[in-house]
Design a protein around this ligand. Structure first.
Ligand code: SF4
Ligand code: SF4
Length: 192
C-alpha cells in the first residue's frame, strides 16, 4: 500500500495564464514554422515564435523561466507578420505582448533587454500621456533614459525600416479606448 501526495501549485501555469489572457490559441499551433520564417528578426531570436508555442504547449515549469527570460520577446516589434501568416490564426503577437508583461511582473526580463525595456516604457508613457505616438519625443525620451545620446541601438532603426515609427506624429484615433486600457492595466497593478 502506498500513499500519494498531490502537491498543487496554486499559481496557474504560464500556458494557462496565456490562455486566460489571450484566448485558447496555444494548442492550435502545429509547427509549420511560417511565423519564424516571416519574422524580420528571425536571425536575432533566441527562441523563435514556434519554439515559444511548442514550449507553452508542453506546459512544463522549467520552460517558463526560459520563455519569460528570453531575448526574443523584447526583440519582437509587434509587426504582426507572424500572426498574419499563421494558417491556424494563432495570436502570436498578442502572446508576445502578454509574455513581456509577465516577464516584467515576475522580474525575469533578460538583462540584454534593458535598453529595449527602457524604450518600451517610453513608448507606453508617451501613449498614456497624450494618446499620441509622437515618435521623435519618444526616441528622445528613450535616449535620455538609457543615456545613449550619441548611439542608436539596433532596434530603433529597425523600427523605422519596418514602418513602426514615422518622423511625423500621428494621432491615435481612439484616445478614450487607450485611456481605458491604461486605467485597466493600472488597476491590475501594472508597472507603468
Ligand atoms: S505559423 Fe502558426 S501554426 Fe505555424 S508554427 Fe507558427 S504559430 Fe504554429
Ligand atoms: S510580431 Fe514579433 S515575432 Fe511576430 S513576426 Fe513580428 S517581430 Fe517577429
Amino acid at each position: 500500500m502506498h500513499h500519494s501526495t498531490v502537491v498543487e501549485d496554486i499559481s496557474p501555469s504560464l500556458r494557462r495564464r496565456v490562455e486566460e489572457n489571450v484566448g485558447e490559441t496555444v494548442n492550435l499551433c502545429y509547427q509549420c514554422g511560417k511565423c519564424a520564417a516571416g519574422c524580420p528578426l528571425s536571425d536575432e531570436l533566441d527562441l523563435t515564435p514556434n519554439q515559444i508555442l511548442r514550449m507553452l504547449q508542453l506546459d512544463m515549469p522549467q520552460f517558463e523561466d526560459q520563455i519569460l527570460g528570453s531575448y526574443s520577446i523584447w526583440l519582437c516589434l509587434t509587426c504582426e507578420t507572424c500572426s498574419s501568416r499563421c494558417p491556424k490564426n494563432v495570436e502570436i503577437t498578442k502572446i508576445m505582448d502578454f509574455l513581456r508583461h509577465e516577464a516584467i511582473k515576475e522580474n525575469k526580463v533578460n538583462p540584454k533587454a534593458a535598453d529595449i525595456l527602457a524604450f518600451h516604457h517610453s513608448f507606453l508613457r508617451s501613449v498614456k500621456m497624450s494618446g499620441r505616438l509622437h515618435e521623435v519625443s519618444l526616441i528622445a525620451g528613450y535616449k535620455i533614459k538609457t543615456m545613449h545620446l550619441m548611439q542608436d541601438v539596433n532596434t530603433a532603426p529597425t523600427l523605422f525600416f519596418n514602418g513602426k515609427l514615422s518622423i511625423l506624429p500621428h494621432k491615435v484615433t481612439n484616445t478614450k479606448a487607450i485611456r481605458r486600457i491604461f486605467d485597466k492595466s493600472d488597476k491590475m497593478g501594472d508597472d507603468l
